[in-house]
Write a protein that binds this ligand. Structure first.
Ligand SMILES: [Zn+2]
Ligand SMILES: [Zn+2]
Length: 305
């Protein structure tokens, strides 16, 4: 895989998880797109709840594209129970408009409907970038996460779940999957409904040669992005002995690996950090967190070393 920081193109900022009045959000699709564009986003995926009470929306956001701002079509898919009995939540970005509804009349599982893994596989086969949504908020088990074999990514930060439930995390599950040898990419999203301050808090920075839906979708599937709440990651160079990180001004840079392996460097207005790899000798993967003075974070995808 090419290095995301040195690959050609530029970074485009986007939110992959958003609701509108076509499901349980409060703003029209047009106003949601307008606000994200006004806030400086390069792209947005509207992902309304794909269930019967909302008439299985895959909202056509193409009319709201503008110079410098594009949209990906998508939905949050729901079908079948997780281990805890609640309905699956699965993010699908890049769905075709005619993606066939299953049998998911409302937010409760019904007998005979597709399982979560089945609808995720159908979405991936239809071309979508598929992610396990808000694992902590859902009460997802590791067994649930393992079963979603079609998922490209895990939602490691969900801003709406942070604001409304203090259950934003997906790294617990993601790190366990990485340790089992699975290779999910790691996305931060808003899951904005505009019912509370649940917007503009977590996004992906996607490296692509053009701000076009097809290029963005291909880059997402290839893991060519990092996630952020504010800080920029500008380079990660893994040498034999160290991990070299370049970033916007930070107070903490952390490298994490499997099990208990994590090493932090603290400082003031750091734009570079060098972290020795000794602690990570037993870990086949590494990832990086950058934290700024306001406590905002940026997260790399995992590197296989
Ligand atoms: Zn959800
Ligand atoms: Zn959602």
């Amino acid at each position: 895989m090419p290095d995301v920081f040195t690959a050609p193109g530029r970074f485009y900022r986007g939110n992959l998880h958003t609701h509108s009045s076509r499901s349980d959000g409060v703003l029209s699709p047009e106003e949601v797109c307008r606000r994200y564009q006004a806030e400086g986003y390069d792209f947005l995926a509207l992902t309304d709840h794909f269930i019967g009470i909302y008439d299985y929306p895959i909202v056509d956001t193409r009319p709201f594209r503008a110079p410098g701002f594009t949209t990906l079509l998508g939905a949050e898919l729901h079908s079948g129970p997780m281990a805890n009995g609640d309905l699956w939540h699965i993010l699908a970005v890049g769905l075709p408009e005619d993606f066939a509804p299953g049998n998911a009349p409302h937010f409760r599982p019904v007998p005979g409907q597709e399982t979560g893994p089945e609808i995720a596989a159908r979405a991936a086969a239809a071309g979508a970038f598929v992610a396990v949504a808000h694992p902590q908020w859902s009460g997802l088990t590791l067994e649930d996460a393992r079963s979603l074999t079609a998922a490209h990514a895990v939602e490691v930060y969900n801003h709406g779940c942070h604001t409304g439930a203090d259950r934003a995390d997906g790294f617990g599950i993601a790190d366990l999957l990485l340790t089992e040898g699975r290779r999910p990419s790691l996305i931060a999203t808003d899951d904005a409904h505009f019912t509370e301050p649940d917007h503009f808090g977590g996004w992906v920075m996607v490296k692509a040669t053009e701000n076009e839906p097809e290029a963005l979708l291909a880059a997402l599937k290839a893991g060519m992005f990092y996630s952020s709440q504010g800080p920029e990651i500008r380079g990660i160079d893994i040498t034999k002995a160290t991990v070299e990180v370049q970033c916007s001004a930070a107070v903490t840079v952390i490298v994490q690996g499997q099990a208990t392996a994590a090493v932090a460097v603290h400082g003031q207005s750091m734009t570079r950090a060098s972290i020795r790899r000794d602690r990570f000798a037993a870990s086949p993967w590494l990832r990086v967190t950058v934290i700024d003075a306001a406590g905002k974070r940026a997260w790399s995808n995992a590197y296989w070393v």
